[in-house]
Ligand binder design. Structure first.
Ligand code: CDP
Ligand code: MG
Length: 705
């Protein structure tokens, strides 16, 4: 019976299996290979097993990178199951803050960021025999950097032919534009897994029009379309593409209610589809939930998966016949106007829209309901997404490269080079943080910073807290800032009010004066409680977020403890209460995220040279209290109708006055000459309009050859 067959025999029917020998032969023959195949053909789960069976891992592990954490976790679990081994033994995974590998691990799934960190310790990657760069078409920043590092490694191997360790690379992609990848690795061979999708009928729902691009209301529209499909269309599961965790949860809440109402109305139900099983899917989804999205629903039950872009190509879910495409994605982009990375909901590209539609035609003909109209598709959607390397801040990556000894970051091997302006911006940020010196070399502080799997600013706050002696307060905050938003905000009704009251109570318990300490209170209160999970539930807090933060906290503590044992660790005794020391440590980490209230109104102006107008986010405890504030620092900005600062802390001018001039030392004149540090007085509002960094001259002083 089909159901009795093992996972392995199910997997055996995948298209890639017809080509096992050819692929293995190609990997043996060449140093680099590009494998292209449509989503679901079996690349991610099967190809590493082929190489394992062919003993390609004799000289080291097979490492497979994924741009997304959830994909790494769920694929590793699936492959362990297929190979009938315990996860963490022969097959393991490693993602930031979670290492599930052992001495026995032969196939290791990991995020691209994790492999990048391994390069920091060992540029030869001597523990590996093959590196598989999966989902290359996604063009994530870290995968792009790995491309360059692999190429460097190959060039070194060529120079030094006696070197024993010969690494191989396999690039896997779900889209056909693989020419670029092959060309990058000396025009290496490309293996195309043949296969085609069933026809997918596009239905333009005409709900979102070009004029809605700034403020689309796709969630409510998606609910309508899902309910229509459920009542009108024959069997087949539904996959809805939305953009983020909060809206996915809200939409699922509404769908639960609607489907419950339907359960009472037998007249509208298709007799073959009795109920709807609603499953959210997003990046920080708990592991227990992950397996449920892959298992087929009971007979008569229609699955409705509400997902972020993650279900585009990184997770293949069988049985989908209907796709509902919002046409939007949440994207982190550097905003040159504010000089900050901003999370923004933007239209997807046309190729992305085609990928999404394709999810409906994997196992049978399907339908894709595009909530937008044809004009929106034609006018608002770009042909392709800009690769991440060309749209986000490069600060972390540049510090990593420099720590590996790659000083000339302008001349690195990029698949698509970022704008020089962005590289200089990253160098400028690193200089602000004292992570590099004026000649562009990594400083002792920079070497401490790079050891944390955190953005450099947050890592700097951690180190400052260690040197001021307030790490007990700051480390929990750093951990909480490293997980997704933990505050549950129900969609509507009584629960929404209750949740708001709970969150306000917590903020006031924390002193009610800054959002960072609210996070600290959530962490401490849940930890102290007899049952942290129950405490979280009662207070409308995501327990899994807090649980993760507890584990991250321990890891950060481990790194800091090791660093503070060294005599070189910077120490600075400051007078002041613990809470003041905490805010000063936060200042050290986020002084480039500083804003001052405008003379009138509720707006603030950033003081880092961009002088853009920002507002306090309505979720902040300081929202409505603007009149009492002067200087604030913030963790991040979100851009909806306005640019909002999220997670805000008031600071005193005296704490930042020594740091602020640093933000303005790097103007064009100082970069072109040798004088990087000028004795300028504290800048006034006019001073902050300094020319943007740019041009060739800059490279001469910051980037040594
Ligand atoms: O990488 P690619 O898109 O080519 O395919 P894959 O991820 O290797 O998926 C191959 C098959 O494994 C699909 O039928 C998936 O549904 C299944 N799979 C699964 O059941 N559970 C997972 N966690 C991952 C894949
Ligand atoms: Mg895949």
């Amino acid at each position: 019976m089909a159901e009795r067959k093992s996972k392995k025999s199910i997997a055996r029917r995948l298209p890639i299996h017809d080509f096992q020998d050819d692929i293995v032969a190609d990997v043996r023959r060449s140093k680099a290979l590009v494998v292209v195949g449509y989503t679901g053909s079996g690349k991610t789960t099967q190809l590493p097993q082929f190489l394992y069976e062919a003993v390609c891992s004799k000289h080291g592990m097979i490492g497979v990178t994924q741009p997304r954490r959830v994909a790494a976790l769920s694929v590793a679990a699936r492959v362990a199951q297929e190979m009938k081994c315990t996860l963490g033994r022969e097959v393991g995974y490693q993602v930031r803050f979670d290492d599930c590998t052992s001495q026995d691990t032969q196939i290791k799934y990991m995020t691209d960021g994790c492999l990048l960190r391994e390069f920091l310790d060992d540029r030869e990657l001597s523990r590996y025999s093959v590196i598989i760069l999966d989902e290359a078409h996604e063009r994530s920043l870290d995968t792009d950097i790995l491309f360059g590092l692999m190429k460097e490694k190959f060039l070194r191997e060529e120079e030094d032919s006696v070197r024993r360790h010969q690494l191989k690379v396999v690039v896997m992609s779900a889209t056909l534009d693989s020419g670029k990848f092959s060309k990058f690795f000396n025009s290496c061979p490309v293996f195309e897994i043949p296969g085609k999708l069933f026809p997918v009928k596009d239905v333009y729902c005409n709900m979102i029009k070009p004029e809605d691009v700034k403020n689309p209301s796709y969630c409510s529209q998606a609910v309508r379309v899902v309910m229509d499909i459920h009542t009108d269309q024959p069997q087949g599961d539904i996959l809805v593409f939305l953009t983020g965790q909060a809206e996915i949860e809200k939409t699922c809440d509404i769908l639960y209610k609607k489907s419950e109402e339907l359960d009472y109305r037998e007249d509208v139900r298709d007799p073959d589809v009795t109920s709807l099983l609603i499953l959210p899917v997003y990046g920080s989804m708990p592991t227990e939930q992950q397996q449920r999205i892959f298992s087929p629903a009971d007979s008569g039950v229609r699955k409705c998966i509400v997902a972020t872009n993650i279900a585009g190509t990184s997770l293949t879910i069988d049985g989908i016949r209907y796709v509902v495409d919002s046409g939007f994605v949440k994207q982190l982009s550097y905003n040159p106007r504010t000089g900050l990375d901003t999370l923004q909901v933007v239209p997807i590209s046309k190729s992305e829209a085609i990928q999404r539609a394709g999810r409906a035609g994997r196992t049978a003909p399907g339908r894709c309901y595009r909530l937008y109209n044809r004009e929106f598709y034609d006018q608002c959607m770009p042909e392709d997404m800009l690769p991440e390397i060309q749209r986000t801040s490069l600060t972390s990556v540049v510090l990593s490269l420099k720590s590996m000894g790659i000083h000339n970051v302008l001349r690195f091997h990029y698949l698509d080079p970022p704008e020089e302006r962005m590289l200089l911006e990253a160098l400028k940020q690193l200089f602000y943080f004292d992570a590099i010196d004026r000649s562009g070399r990594v400083t002792p502080l920079g070497r401490l910073l790079v050891q944390y799997p955190l953005p450099p600013g947050l890592a700097r706050a951690v180190i400052s807290s260690g040197s001021h002696g307030c790490q007990d307060l700051l480390l929990p905050i750093a951990a909480m800032l490293s997980v997704e938003n933990v505050f549950i905000r129900p969609a509507e009704g009584k629960k929404q009010v209750e949740a708001q009251q709970c969150h306000q109570r917590l903020a006031h318990l924390a002193g009610g004066s800054n959002d960072f300490t609210t996070l600290l209170t959530v962490f401490q209160k849940s930890k102290e409680s007899d049952s942290p999970a129950r405490w979280c539930r009662e207070n409308y807090i995501h327990w899994r977020g807090v649980k993760m933060a507890l584990s991250i906290h321990q890891q950060l503590q481990g790194i800091l403890d090791k660093q503070t044992q060294s005599a070189d660790f910077p120490r600075q005794k400051l007078a002041g209460s613990q809470s003041e020391l905490l805010r000063r440590a936060l200042c050290d980490g986020f002084f480039n995220h500083i804003a001052r209230r405008s003379a009138t109104g509720r707006s603030f102006r950033t003081m880092d040279g961009h002088a853009s107008t920002v507002f306090i986010h309505p979720s902040s405890v300081l929202f409505g209290e603007e009149a009492q504030l002067d200087w604030v620092i913030f963790h991040e900005v979100v851009w909806t109708s306005k640019v909002y600062m999220r997670t805000v802390c008031p600071v005193r001018y005296s704490w930042v006055q020594d740091l602020l001039p640093k933000l303005h030392q790097l103007d064009l004149s100082s970069l072109s000459g040798c004088q990087l540090i000028s004795d300028e007085p504290t800048p006034t509002a006019q001073d902050v309009h300094k020319p943007l960094l740019g041009g060739q001259e800059a490279s001469s002083s910051l980037i040594p050859d």
